[in-house]
Design a binder for this molecule. Structure first.
Ligand code: SF4
Length: 115
């Protein structure tokens, strides 16, 4: 099996945004992530193009994305002290939307790096 080599890939896992990662991949998964730290390697190597999970869960049960968004919106709307948290595995565009949502809600915004 011949792997495609992608030079200077960016890791968005922890926020350091290392941009010199060398990825070796086929159409389904990344097999090597050279120059990535142990967290970055784990992140790259454990995400595949396979569909392993439902689009969304509500109370642990598979749900449609639309239903899950509605439930999440209701939780956030009803919250006294909303927290918008995470964003480590998301694109810049998605993070921008999270910031806008936190502003709209008057929420606290935090990433996993505070751990
Ligand atoms: S997880 Fe590691 S490789 Fe990825 S951005 Fe952070 S320090 Fe860089």
């Amino acid at each position: 099996m011949e792997l495609k080599v992608i030079e200077n890939a960016t890791c968005t896992f922890c926020g350091c945004v290392c941009d010199d990662i060398e990825l070796h991949a086929d159409d389904m998964r990344i097999h090597q992530a050279k120059k990535a730290c142990i967290l970055g390697k784990s992140w790259f190597l454990n995400h595949t193009a396979e569909k392993k999970y439902p689009d969304a869960l509500i109370d642990g049960q598979p749900a449609s994305l639309d239903d899950a968004i509605e439930v999440a919106a209701n939780y956030l709307y009803d919250a006294d002290m909303p927290l918008v948290y995470g964003m480590s595995n998301t694109t810049c565009e998605a993070q921008k939307e999270c910031v806008a949502m936190a502003d709209l809600l008057g929420a606290l915004l935090d990433s996993h790096t505070s751990l």
